[in-house]
Design a protein around this ligand. Structure first.
Ligand SMILES: [Zn+2]
Length: 346
């Protein structure tokens, strides 16, 4: 009897240990990819070795900024077998003010500035990478510069004596990525005057990196804006103090998140965007963007060569193609009411 008890305890311990190992693995840091072309932390998110579709680089300031492009990125990766990389400039530590609801999840008072700034870089990196898995992103390049504070003043970052970001390191890194990976498109935030200066500066640095390439070799760099059907957009043509932000003439290219698919066409790409947003649990205000914005509008910048609109039009036309086969379901799917009623009568 005693031997049997010992055996049961031993088996229990064995299972408990295995379970522990699984838990530890699930919460461990993502695999760091070893490479030396860029001075940044680089993580391989999904294996896109067989990708032969469009290659896109997204350049943004904060973990969660990628949500603006989520539907386009997902469909490019999955329907067009594309390769999407994201360059993230800051570590997101400045987001502590909206971490209230995540305090219980992560077991720390993250909305205290000191605790938030210390813990959010790792937390937000993991939330970001989890969202990237949903979009089938290939690699992420994290520059981990300081997310110092909310401001609309670009001088705090790009001014003569500014020391918040290592501009040279970012600029060199983006340039090397463009040369090494030969992207077809670069997506950035629209640098409207009222947006966070970090967003404007990330866009300006990406534009400068593209401008360093020969005009004919430049990927098509476009600014994205979310659009809600029926709502008028504020006009924007570029920031006066940064002529590089001037937009090209012509209409924007549109990805419609409301493209319907699935059974009875009840699904659409807003679901993907919501999933990516949901990963950013430490960012309360981001969660309020759930289900907002019907379309992603993309505007080519004037720095592009003359083929930009033509190339972009070809991409967005392909992104309008139906992605999923429409299935029909029979009795087993619970859809054949007539037959069900007949059976009930018998
Ligand atoms: Zn942001």
């Amino acid at each position: 009897m005693r031997l049997l008890c010992l055996l049961v305890i031993l088996i229990f311990c064995l299972f408990a240990c295995q379970d522990n190992e699984r838990t530890t693995n699930a919460s461990s840091e993502p695999q760091k990819k070893i490479q030396d072309i860029v001075d940044a932390d680089v993580y391989s998110v999904t294996n896109r070795k067989k990708a032969d579709g469009p290659k896109i680089l997204v350049v943004v300031a904060h973990p969660d900024d990628e949500c603006s492009f989520a539907a386009t990125l997902y469909k490019t990766s999955t329907h067009l077998n594309g390769a999407v990389d994201i360059a993230m400039i800051t570590n997101g530590e400045g987001g502590f003010k909206y971490s209230t609801l995540a305090e219980a999840i992560y077991g720390r008072p993250l909305s205290d500035e000191e605790v938030g700034r210390m813990n959010l870089p790792a937390i937000r990196r993991n939330e970001f990478i989890n969202g990237c898995k949903i979009m089938y992103v290939r690699d992420v390049y994290m520059f981990m510069e300081k997310d110092h504070r909310y401001t609309q003043d670009t001088n705090e970052i790009l001014g003569k004596d500014a020391k918040v970001w290592n501009i040279e390191r970012i600029q060199n890194g983006l340039h090397k990525m463009l040369v090494a990976n030969n992207y077809d498109f670069v997506f950035v935030h629209m640098p409207v005057p009222t947006t966070h200066a970090h967003h404007k500066c990330a866009t300006i640095l990406a534009l400068r990196a593209v401008q360093m390439l020969d005009a004919e070799k430049r990927p098509v760099i476009m600014a994205s804006r979310g659009h809600t059907i029926g709502v008028e957009m504020d006009p924007f043509t570029g920031l006066d103090e940064f002529p590089i932000t001037k937009l090209m003439e012509g209409k924007p290219h549109v990805f419609d998140r409301t493209q319907p698919f699935g059974y009875k066409e009840r699904l659409n790409y807003k679901i993907i965007v919501n999933w990516v947003i949901a990963e950013h649990k430490s960012q309360g205000t981001m969660q309020l963007a759930m289900h907002k914005g019907d379309q992603e509008w993309y505007y080519p910048f004037a720095v592009n060569n003359k083929h930009a609109h033509e190339k972009a039009a070809a991409l967005f036309k392909r992104l309008e193609e139906p992605q999923f086969e429409t299935k029909t379901y029979g009795f087993g799917g619970g859809t054949d009411r007539k037959k069900a009623e007949e059976l009930k009568k018998k």
